[in-house]
Design a protein around this ligand. Structure first.
Ligand SMILES: Cc1ncc(COP(=O)(O)O)c(C=O)c1O
Length: 402
């Protein structure tokens, strides 16, 4: 190459980080290509196929000609079906006009952030947080303000710590319950305490990411926007990827007060236009159809959760709290950092994850990717056989560092 195009890249392109999950996945592929036996607990993706009734609805929709551009904010019947789902299941009083379908919940996050956040604005996220929140706030030119919490707090910071981070520039608080990466679930009382704080600040909204609502093992799913006075202060985010095992279909949504919903559709019209028509038809079938498959998957995740919890608790030095929801475990591994193996020292969770992968054939994700560098994330959206193998490898590997 004679002309170096890298010098043309925009500051935004240079600042965007592809992320640790993609890096660990690539390393896993490279090692497997060299013949290594690697068990990967990397990706937050159901290992189940999409339920049959949903697949059938997509095929039928395609045959009926739903292969064209959809309205940017989504097709009328799906917006209505989502609004009804949110009213009935989540006690959120939305109309179809409040709903904006997007090409994945990830895009819905970006639509919301781009609608509210610009240079000078701050958004609070509670570490450990889902990687993309930070990326989208920075992409929008805003400042990500991190509020930390520990495994001993079950990864839910006391409200006073959140309150202390709020400034006149704070426009948004990210709330993710059940949480990726920690599996934490906020109780009604905890959410009410957060709502009481939000009420004190007239220019503050909460983005409540409820995408793991159907993967709940203990406790009650409470939607933040259902608390008194909070509907106008909330953007409710959800999607089809996790609960309905529809990751590859790329469909998610955000529900918001009308001005924000209109702005979100405008953001989307610039970036991608409306989501795929036959996918939207399939989503109507997902919402209106039977939920036995969703429940079957939830029960299997629960069994795996039990396996993972007892496996991790049996490793001396690992600190792990309860996992009331999602398919993630986020053990604190600080006891293993700073330990010497051979002639090098493992100082960070990034180095620990690399070492576990290279020396013990198990892929996890370093907590640094989630703003929590003393932990690692394991996804148990994997077969029981793989989980068992991975736990044995972790036990052996971490045992060498103890
Ligand atoms: C907390 C959280 N929110 C949103 C998403 C985005 O989901 P999707 O874009 O697949 O709909 C994910 C996916 O990993 C997630 O973990």
């Amino acid at each position: 190459m004679t002309f170096d195009t890298s010098k043309l890249l925009s500051p935004r392109a240079n600042a965007a980080d592809e992320g640790a999950i993609i890096r660990m996945s690539q390393k896993t592929r490279d090692l497997r290509a060299k013949g290594h036996d690697v068990v990967a607990l990397t990706i937050g993706e159901p290992d189940f196929d999409t339920p049959e009734n949903i697949r059938t609805a997509a095929k039928e929709a395609m045959d009926k000609g739903f292969t064209h551009y959809a309205p940017t904010a989504g097709m009328a019947d799906l917006r209505e079906a989502v609004a009804e789902k949110l009213r009935v299941e989540n006690k959120l009083n939305y109309e179809a006009a409040n709903i904006v379908l997007a090409n994945g919940a990830k895009q819905a996050v970006n639509n919301a952030v781009l609608s509210l956040i610009g240079p000078g604005d701050e958004a609070i996220m509670m570490a450990p947080y889902w990687v993309s929140y930070e990326g989208s706030v920075k992409f929008a030119g805003g400042k990500a303000v991190i509020v930390e919490s520990t495994v001993a707090e079950n990864y839910k910071p006391p409200i006073a710590r959140i309150a202390a981070a709020i400034t006149p520039a704070t426009k948004l608080i990210f709330l993710n319950s059940p949480s990726n990466p920690t599996g934490a679930v906020w109780s009604r009382a905890e959410l009410e305490a957060l709502a009481a704080e939000v009420r004190k600040h007239p220019n503050l909204m909460v983005l409540s990411d409820e995408i793991y609502e159907y993967i709940l093992f203990e406790g009650e799913m409470v939607s933040f926007g259902s608390l008194p006075g909070m509907l106008d202060r909330t953007i409710t985010l959800n999607g089809f990827s996790k609960g309905f095992a529809m990751t590859g279909w790329r469909l998610g949504y955000a529900a918001a007060p009308l001005p924000v919903a209109v702005a979100m559709a405008r953001m989307q019209s610039i970036i991608s236009a409306g989501a795929n028509q036959f996918v939207q038809k399939a989503a109507v079938a997902a919402l209106k159809g039977p939920r036995d498959e969703v429940e079957r998957m939830r029960k299997i995740y629960q069994q795996r959760r039990d396996m993972v919890l007892s496996g991790l608790r049996a490793i001396p030095g690992v600190k792990i709290g309860p996992i009331p929801g999602t398919f993630y475990a986020f053990p604190d591994v600080s006891a293993f950092l700073g330990k010497r193996v051979g002639n090098h020292v493992i100082d960070t969770s990034d180095q620990l994850c690399d070492w576990l992968l290279e020396q013990h054939g198990v892929t996890t994700v370093p907590g640094s990717a989630f703003g929590a560098p003393s932990s690692i994330r394991l996804s148990f959206a994997a077969s029981e056989a793989d989980i068992e193998k991975a736990l044995a490898r972790l036990k052996k590997g971490l045992g060498e560092l103890a």
